[in-house]
Write a protein that binds this ligand. Structure first.
Ligand SMILES: [Zn+2]
Length: 424
């Protein structure tokens, strides 16, 4: 077949102008693209993304899209659109991520091409790819997607824009806007993907709680502290908890208002907290069921600070361990359990003595387990209110306690505490 015939073939298949298709085809062939491949690529360009030909995917409501759909046509309102740079097969790409909504539901999307998506616009994405992420469907808008802005806007029961409170942020959230206090901030030099680079790292707070952050392109407004508004941030998991990422595409503005950090922090059920996959700042209340092995007086490796057993570090072998105190205890609130981890200071409080006291008690008993036993007697069977950082991974749910208070909601616990004071 001559190029002319190929062009005619394509033009009638795709319903586009023959001369236009012929120009494109000529171009590709001149760049030594085999004619069949060139035709495929033009089919994609002109919106027929089915590699074997076939029909345009049917229009679907967002709520009806499942990970089993390979391609769909969908109409919705762009709720958020945030740029982000990723490295893919050695090259940097700017992608746009956000959420799209119709009357039936909301779906996350990633746009691999610059479609100029604007929050508030109603769009129709023809032949959008569907992929699965974390069990949920997501849309891929790529070169085979035809995108049009609809003149008639759809009325959806979702708010346009990414305004969020820290407590609502989850790993995978994109294009979020937050107003926060910079509670902690330090400049670090890291070995980034393009060599040594400076970043800021610290903790943000708002009325709902706190969350750690990384600012990849140090913003003076963040480094100066105070209150800032950040637009187009995204959330990624770091060490088991969500972390706010402020990138070169984010905008940071200093605000002239104060925030009462943590004033709206609410207590969660253990099951709900664990179900989020990790929260930086959370409070749970439950009964202390047991103190786990490896609690009380322990020894840590001087190199890596991990707990050593019988003088052996798993990485550094035979080491002269450093004495320390900690507690790993199981807390249950009826909906689920977490391992609460107390640092040396909180452990001293529940033990009722210092590290020196613990060492002396262990020496006298010639057994360091006596320290954990005394802690068990003090805390097992009581109800505690614990606030801290919850991380969830394959080893389970760990709550690193910042505060550990006996709950005063429980009359039985109050009675026990009272009797103990009387006894003492
Ligand atoms: Zn070690």
């Amino acid at each position: 077949m001559e190029l002319d015939d190929h062009a005619e073939d394509l033009a009638s298949d795709l319903g586009v102008d023959k001369e236009e298709v012929k120009d494109d085809l000529q171009n590709l062939v001149e760049y030594s693209v085999p004619v069949d491949e060139a035709k495929q690529s033009l089919r994609r360009k002109y919106g027929d993304g089915q590699s074997g030909g076939g029909d345009t995917p049917s229009a679907k409501d967002i709520a009806d899209i499942t990970p089993d759909d390979s391609n769909v046509t969908v109409t919705g309102v762009v709720l958020t659109a945030g740029e982000r740079s990723i490295r893919y097969q050695g090259d940097d790409h700017v992608i746009v991520e956000g959420r799209l909504a119709d009357e039936s539901g909301v779906i996350d999307y990633t746009a691999w091409e610059d479609f100029g998506l604007e929050p508030g616009e109603t769009i129709t994405a023809g032949n959008a790819g569907v992929r699965e992420w974390d069990g949920e469907p997501e849309l891929n808008l790529g070169e085979s997607t035809s995108l049009s802005v609809d003149s008639e806007s759809l009325d959806v029961p979702y708010e346009v824009g990414g305004e969020a409170q820290l407590a609502d942020l989850r790993t995978g959230d994109r294009a979020v806007s937050i107003e926060v206090d910079v509670l902690e901030c330090e400049r670090k030099t890291i070995d980034g993907r393009d060599g040594e680079t400076d970043i800021l790292s610290g903790v943000f707070g708002d009325e709902s709680g706190r969350l750690p952050f990384t600012n990849w392109d140090p913003a003076p407004e963040i480094e100066d502290g105070g209150t800032v508004r950040i637009e187009n941030a995204y959330v990624q998991e770091f060490r088991g908890v969500p972390e706010v990422n402020v990138s070169e595409f984010s905008t940071v503005t200093a605000l002239d208002r104060r925030i009462e950090v943590g004033s709206d922090t609410s207590t969660m059920d253990v099951a709900d907290a664990v179900g989020t996959g990790g929260i930086y700042d959370v409070e749970v209340v439950g009964n202390l069921l047991a103190v786990r092995d490896g609690s009380g007086l322990i020894q840590r490796c001087p190199e890596c600070y991990r707990v050593v057993q019988k003088g052996q570090c798993r990485t550094h072998g035979d080491v002269d361990g450093i004495d320390d105190l900690r507690v790993k205890a199981i807390l249950d609130d009826g909906t689920g359990t977490v391992t609460v981890v107390l640092d040396d200071e909180l452990t001293e409080r529940v033990y009722g003595g210092t590290l020196e006291d613990a060492l002396e008690q262990a020496r006298e008993a010639m057994d360091q387990e006596v320290v954990a036993d005394r802690i068990r007697e003090h805390i097992v069977g009581r109800e505690y209110r614990v606030r801290g950082h919850l991380s969830v991974d394959e080893y389970g749910a760990n709550l690193d306690a910042e505060t550990f208070e006996e709950s005063d909601d429980d009359p039985a616990a109050r009675a026990t505490a009272f009797l103990e004071e009387v006894d003492a």
